[in-house]
Write a protein that binds this ligand. Structure first.
Ligand code: DGL
Length: 270
């Protein structure tokens, strides 16, 4: 048994990598739905069905706890999965809550009523499906009041990163930041709400300026997972080796993954 990490493709490897570094004795099973990526341009039903199929595959591998490393799946499918689909004894956790807890300076499991927080103007950069779901604003409203969120759908950035076109990715990030700043000239914090964006963190930071706190999720999720496993050790699992599954072509996904993480990763067919 291992901890499952689900993503639409390669981006979730940023979350896997941070989790594996934070919890080096833990075994992980990663599932990349590369055959159907990107999710960011799909509709909510489609994202729900694909995410459920991937999570079921991870359950077959014995992963009773699955992290949805994909923001788009966390935003568009997780609430519906938790309300209608996840059986007793299994857990599926998303990647928004750790970010929102960091932003609102809350500790894990603090369920007190929403309150005023220091930050008032927040920029959210995410895929079109994540922005359309408004899941970030919904989760934030449970914890904080008086925070103005301006969301920018960052069309094209995931594709540019997946195809390794850094020049295009940089140009797109700059133009999305400019578009956001026309609507919110002085954000205090920016959330990088997509697994791929940590790879462009410097470009986001440079375009936003040094006064903006840029929140990137991989380390926040890893910290939250470590916390969760302290409290729920039954989900730690007994596996020793990590495994990487893909619905895409294992050879080409492995070679992209190795480029992405800068160490060798070998994917098998899901
Ligand atoms: N993994 C997705 C996310 O974090 C980005 C890639 C996609 O659109 O599938 O939103």
């Amino acid at each position: 048994m291992a901890i499952g990490v689900f993503d639409s493709g390669l981006g979730g490897l940023t979350v896997y990598d941070a989790c594996a570094k934070r919890l080096p004795d833990m075994a992980f099973c990663y599932y990349g739905d590369n055959a159907h990526a990107p999710y960011g341009v799909r509709d909510a039903d489609d994202i729900f069905n694909l995410t459920c199929a991937g999570v079921e595959r991870l359950w077959e591998e014995g992963c009773d706890l699955v992290i949805l490393a994909c923001n788009t799946a966390s935003a568009a499918a997780l609430k519906r999965m938790q309300e209608t689909w996840i059986p007793e004894g299994k857990r599926v956790l998303g990647v928004f809550v750790p970010m929102i807890e960091a932003l609102t300076e809350r500790k894990w499991g603090d369920n007190s009523p929403p309150r005023e927080v220091a930050v008032k103007h927040v920029a959210l950069f995410a895929t079109p499906a994540t922005v359309a779901s408004r899941a970030f604003q919904r989760e934030l409203a449970f914890r904080a009041i008086g925070v103005d969120v301006e969301a920018q759908p960052c069309g094209g950035v995931v594709d540019a990163i997946e195809t390794g076109d850094e020049i295009l990715a940089e140009a797109l990030v700059k133009s999305h930041v400019e578009a956001l700043k026309r609507r919110m000239p002085k954000p205090e914090a920016a959330i990088l709400g997509c697994t791929h964006y940590p790879l462009m963190q410097k470009t986001f930071q440079d375009a936003l300026g040094p006064s903006v706190d840029v929140y990137s999720q991989a380390n926040l999720v890893a910290e939250s997972l470590a916390d969760y496993l302290e409290r729920r050790p039954e989900f730690r699992g007994t596996g020793t080796d990590s495994k990487f599954l893909t619905t895409g072509d294992p050879a080409s996904v492995s070679s992209h993954a190795t480029q992405f993480l800068r160490y060798a990763i070998r994917f098998e067919a899901a």
